[in-house]
Write a protein that binds this ligand. Structure first.
Ligand code: DP6
Length: 332
C-alpha cells in the first residue's frame, strides 16, 4: 500500500435535517436525518504520509488550479482530525495534505461533509488502512461534522443507523431514483453563526421538544416516499422540514437568522414553479441559499427559472450520486 492516497467525496443535501447535537464529544445528534448524496459538488483530497521528522503538517488548497498554503483556521480542524486518525491506526508520522472543492469556494455551500469524508478516506488509505463505507462513516463523523457521516454512502442515506456506533446507512442506491438538487445561490458571504453553534443552541428553542416528538413519523414518511419514488410526498415533507429547522434557529437564544430577502424571493418562485406544473420543492441548510429538489428531467426548467431572479447570484445544478471513491488522480 502506497503512503500517498487521493479520495473524492461528495456533499449531500438533507431532506430531514440534523439540527441539535446530543453528544458533542462523539458528534451524535438528537434525531436521525435523511439525505441525498450529490455528484457534482465534491471535495478531492490527497494525503501523503511522510516519515516522522522535524517537518510539520502541511496543508495546501487548490483554487482555480493554483495550489497555495491553507489559512490557519482551515488547517486546525484538519490537523485535529489527522491526529485522531493516526491514533486510530497506531501509526506515527506527519502528513502533507492538498484539497480542492469542485464547487465555488465561498458560495456558502456546506463543504465540511465532503471535505472531511474525502480527508478521512484518503488519510486512512495513506496509513495503509483502506476503509469500507461503514467505517468511513464512523470515522468521518469523529471530525465533528455529523453530515460527513452521510457522505460516506451514495444515493439516499440515513444517519445514524440503529446499530449504536453512529454510522450512516444507505436507504437506496442513486440509480433507484433520479433526483436533482438545483441550488440558487443568493449570498456567497460566509455564514455568521456556524452549524456547530446552531446545534448547541437548538434545544433552547421552545419548539425543539415538539419537533423531536413528531420526527419519527416524518422519518417514516420520507423513507416510504423514497422507496415509492413519490416526489409529492417527499417534497411536501422536505419543505416543511426546512421551515422547521429555521423556526428552531430563529427561536433559539440568542436567535439565529440565516435567511435574506433573496431566500424568500426564491421560496416564492419555487411555489410559482409548482403552480406552473413543475415538481420542485425547496430546502435550506444553515445559510440563505435555497436547494430546489426536483426530478432530474425537470432540472433544466427549474434552473432557467431560478437564473431569471434578480436575487440569485448563480445556480448550481447537481444530481444524486454514487458516493466517495479513491483515485490515482493526485493533487500533488
Ligand atoms: C443544517 O455539523 O454536519 O446542514 O458544519 O457543515 O459540518 P457542518 O455541518 P454539520 O450540520 C449540518 C446541519 C445542516 C443540516 C444537515 O445537513 O442535516
Amino acid at each position: 500500500m502506497s503512503d500517498k492516497a487521493t479520495a473524492v467525496a461528495p456533499a449531500n443535501i438533507a431532506f430531514i435535517k440534523y439540527w441539535g447535537i446530543r453528544d458533542s464529544d462523539q458528534t451524535l445528534p438528537y434525531n436521525a436525518s435523511i439525505s441525498m448524496t450529490l455528484t457534482a459538488c465534491v471535495s478531492r483530497c490527497t494525503v501523503e504520509l511522510l516519515p516522522e521528522g522535524p517537518g510539520e503538517l502541511e496543508v495546501l488548497v487548490r483554487t482555480d488550479g493554483i495550489l497555495a498554503p491553507a489559512p490557519p483556521g482551515f488547517s486546525r480542524g484538519i490537523e485535529r482530525h489527522l491526529l485522531r486518525l493516526k491514533t486510530w491506526a497506531g501509526i506515527r508520522g506527519t502528513f502533507r495534505v492538498a484539497t480542492e472543492n469542485s464547487f465555488p469556494t465561498g458560495a456558502g455551500l456546506a463543504s465540511s461533509a465532503s471535505g472531511f469524508a474525502a480527508l478521512t478516506l484518503a488519510a486512512a488509505a495513506a496509513l495503509g488502512r483502506p476503509l469500507k463505507s461503514r467505517e468511513l462513516s464512523i470515522l468521518a463523523r469523529s471530525s465533528g461534522s455529523g453530515s460527513a457521516a452521510r457522505s460516506a454512502f451514495g444515493g439516499y442515506v440515513e444517519w445514524p443507523d440503529d446499530k449504536g456506533e453512529g454510522s450512516a446507512r444507505q436507504l437506496a442506491e442513486a440509480s433507484h431514483w433520479a433526483l436533482s438538487d438545483v441550488v440558487a445561490v443568493v449570498s456567497s458571504a460566509p455564514k455568521e453563526v456556524s452549524s456547530r453553534e446552531g446545534h448547541r443552541r437548538a434545544p433552547g428553542s421552545q419548539f425543539f421538544a415538539r419537533r423531536l416528538e413528531r420526527l419519527g413519523e416524518k422519518l417514516r414518511r420520507v423513507r416510504a416516499a423514497i422507496a415509492e419514488r413519490d416526489i409529492g410526498d417527499l417534497g411536501s415533507i422536505l419543505e416543511e422540514e426546512a421551515l422547521e429547522l429555521h423556526l428552531i434557529a430563529m427561536s433559539s437564544r440568542p436567535p439565529i437568522f440565516y435567511w435574506t430577502a433573496g431566500t424568500i424571493a426564491v421560496l416564492r418562485s419555487v411555489r410559482r414553479l409548482r403552480e406552473g406544473g413543475l415538481a420542485a420543492y425547496a430546502t435550506i441548510d444553515a445559510g440563505p441559499n435555497v436547494h430546489v429538489i426536483c426530478p432530474s428531467d425537470e432540472e433544466v426548467g427549474v434552473a432557467a427559472a431560478l437564473r431569471e431572479l434578480n436575487e440569485v447570484e448563480s445556480v448550481i445544478v447537481d444530481r444524486v450520486g454514487n458516493g466517495p471513491f479513491l483515485t490515482e488522480d493526485h493533487l500533488v
